[in-house]
Every structure is written in C-alpha cells, then in structure tokens.
Design a protein around this ligand. Sequence first.
Ligand SMILES: Cc1cc2nc3c(=O)[nH]c(=O)nc-3n(C[C@H](O)[C@H](O)[C@H](O)COP(=O)(O)OP(=O)(O)OC[C@H]3O[C@@H](n4cnc5c(N)ncnc54)[C@H](O)[C@@H]3O)c2cc1C
Ligand code: SF4
Ligand code: SF4
Length: 379
Amino acid sequence: MASRSDFIYPNTGVPHRETKVESAPHPDVQNSRVKIKNAVITGHENLTDDTFLLTVKLDNGEVFNSHAGQYGTLKVDALDKPRAFSFAKAPTSEKKGEYSFFIKQVPGGKFSEYLEENRTGTKIVLSGPMGQFKIDESDEDMVCIAGGSGLSAINAIVESAAHEKVKRNCYFFYGARAQKDLYLVDEITAIEKKWAKGYTFKFIPVLSEEPEDSDWEGGRGFVTDFFKENYLKTGVVKAESCKAFFCGPPPMINAGAKVLEEAGVSEESMFFDKFEDARSPAPVIDNSKCVLCDECLLVKPTADCIVETAKLSDIKDNGRFSNIKRVDPAFTSGLYYNTLYINEDKCIRCYACVHACPHKAISPNHDLEPKTLRNIVEI
Ligand SMILES: Cc1cc2nc3c(=O)[nH]c(=O)nc-3n(C[C@H](O)[C@H](O)[C@H](O)COP(=O)(O)OP(=O)(O)OC[C@H]3O[C@@H](n4cnc5c(N)ncnc54)[C@H](O)[C@@H]3O)c2cc1C
Ligand code: SF4
Ligand code: SF4
C-alpha cells in the first residue's frame, strides 16, 4: 500500500514525512485509488417531482472498475466543487462506460438548481469509484432500507445480487412520503423473477404521508417501524441472523438504526450509506492522533478537502481557518509539525477519510481547534 510515512520522528514514535521529494508522490495523492474522467451527460429523465435519472458517459470508451454500492463525484465547470452521488445500477446493468444516478433536488442546492435544466450534451467530470458500501459475504437475510434517492445504491446492490444469484433472502423496504414519490416500482419488483431459486426477494414500499382514504394497499407509516412490526416481531426476519443495509438521508438512517438496535440487530450487522451534504458538519483532524499514514489522502474525493499545512491563520467566526498556507514538498526542509487540515469549504461530507483513518484521528465530533504535533513535540 502506498505510504510516505516511512520515517519515525526521534523519541516520539510519531512517523513523519519523507523528505526525498523526487521519489515521493505529490501530497495530493488523491486519485491514487480514484480515477478522474471527462464525461458527457447523456440523459436526464424525471422520475418524480423532485428526483431524476441522470446518465453520464465517460469519454473515449473508458470504464470504471466499480462494485455495486459505490459512488462517484460529479463536477461541472459552473460549480466550484464536485458533489457525491451513488451509482444507481449494478455495473452489469449499465451500458459500457455509462453510469446512472438518481438525483434528488435539494432545496437551496446549487448542483440541484443547475440540473433543473436538461443538461444533456454538457461536459462533466466523473470521479470514482469511491466508498466501501457493498453487500457482505454472509448468507444471512438481507434487510435493505432506502429512503428518497437512497434507492440508488440499494438498487445497484440488489441488481448485482440477482445477477450473481446470491443465495439469501432479501427484503427491500423503500420509505417514501406518498405514491407520487415512488419510482422504479415495476423494475425493482421484477428482480424477484431473476433472484436465486428457492430464496425470497421482496420489494416493500412504505408510505408515511399517503392520504388515509387513498387507494394505496401497501405498507403505511415509517419504513423502519413497518419493518419492525411486520417482519421482525412476526419472526419473518430474525434480528440475530440478518444484515441491514441503509441508504438515504441521515435522519432516516439514524432512526432506522435505532429501531434495529433496539430489536437486537448488532452494530456490526448494519451497513450505511448516508447522503450527507453541506448542512452536515465537516470532519476535523486531530493531528495529535495522526501518524501521517496517508490513508485519508488516498481516499479523498477532491484535491483540496484535506490539505497539508505549513501555516493556519485568520480564524473565521465558526472557528475554522481562512488563511491556509499549504505545504509544497518541493520547498520544505522536511519537518511537518502542523500537518493535515480539513478545509470545510472544499469538503463534500463523504466521510471517506473518517472511515479510512486507522487511528480515529478524523471525526465530525472533534474540537474545531486543530491539535498539532507542535503541541506534543518539542521541535
Ligand atoms: C457518499 C454519498 C452518496 C450520495 N449519493 C446520492 C445519490 O445517489 N442521490 C442523491 O440525490 N444524493 C446523494 N448524495 C447527497 C448529495 O451529494 C447532495 O444532496 C448533493 O451534494 C447536494 O448538492 P447541491 O449542490 O444540490 O447542494 P449544495 O449546494 O451542496 O447544498 C446542500 C444543502 O446545504 C445547504 N448549504 C450549502 N452551503 C451551506 C453551508 N455553508 N452551511 C450550511 N448549509 C449549507 C444548501 O442550502 C442545501 O440545502 C450523496 C452524498 C454522499 C456523501
Ligand atoms: S469527508 Fe473527508 S474525504 Fe470526504 S470530502 Fe470531506 S475531508 Fe475529503
Ligand atoms: S488523519 Fe488518519 S488517515 Fe490521515 S494521515 Fe493521519 S492517521 Fe493517516
């Protein structure tokens, strides 16, 4: 695994960065696991009032080697930073080099606003594949719970599982407000016919705000409550032998995880893909815990979200720094003592760095004030 933290700082046990820059990668080792590709928007189709299907094709016949459940980032020239969107179909269901996304319009969102117009034919940059969300390798029942455009990653996972003829039962719950918010119901229901013989696949839409007197005969209420009452309590799914896959808005996932935890589903049996955005807190790096292993840099989706800093000054009202002097390794004398900083203006809240950090040095719950090696090491 690529790493530049080969040297140990004397007496501290804290590795620091290699100084022979000609043999070291640039600090923006972003992309060593992520490819950045030029692409074009090939389709834009309304799925509901506020959600649409965007298709994007890579230039020059290129393809990503992705697995179902991963995401990519989309960047257009008109906006300053990319946005994260899950691949909405299994790789085997896509045309070669083309990728589908279910995109929900976010009130006040700039990319959402940009895409209000049909942008077919527009150049776009697609980076990926990213993320660890995927089907696990057990044979336990799958409980998939999606909300809103969170249908995307779960749809990709179940399409892929059907293609692979995975031998396990799957209960796919989709939480929406009303019938008008449902989409792809026929396509997902039809996965039942492709599912491994002798095993169950069931798609179960649940509506929370459907008028009482409507013709809706399916599930009602909050999707996780419906699952608990009708599948867990009745023993159709057993808490001790299921795996839960959540995808969608963070409040739905948090509520759902609580319900499942109370029902006895262990934390290790729950997998999430939370659709965070700029309203969520950006993570903070506690450099006193950081060992400069570069894992976060290897997964970061944008060039400037995590920067190596020589100097931080001009604290903004929110406790963040506005004057960030970046380290250029070609011109440093070797010692880094302030190290890494997350620039919240550039962070797209994917939390890839949080999951990648082996030392729990990155968290949205850390103090905003960065702790530096200078605080703990006599330089
Ligand atoms: C891993 C991952 C996968 C995702 N997959 C999908 C998917 O498949 N489909 C999907 O629809 N979404 C998905 N999302 C969510 C998606 O990335 C966001 O909805 C999208 O980035 C919003 O972009 P935008 O430009 O429309 O909104 P933005 O302009 O980025 O704004 C988002 C919201 O934050 C507010 N805001 C902006 N700046 C600030 C600020 N400084 N302080 C406070 N609030 C602010 C805006 O008013 C708006 O409400 C995913 C997110 C992640 C992290
Ligand atoms: S969460 Fe971490 S990896 Fe993701 S954009 Fe923000 S700083 Fe970069
Ligand atoms: S913050 Fe974590 S992942 Fe990033 S370099 Fe430091 S220890 Fe490694």
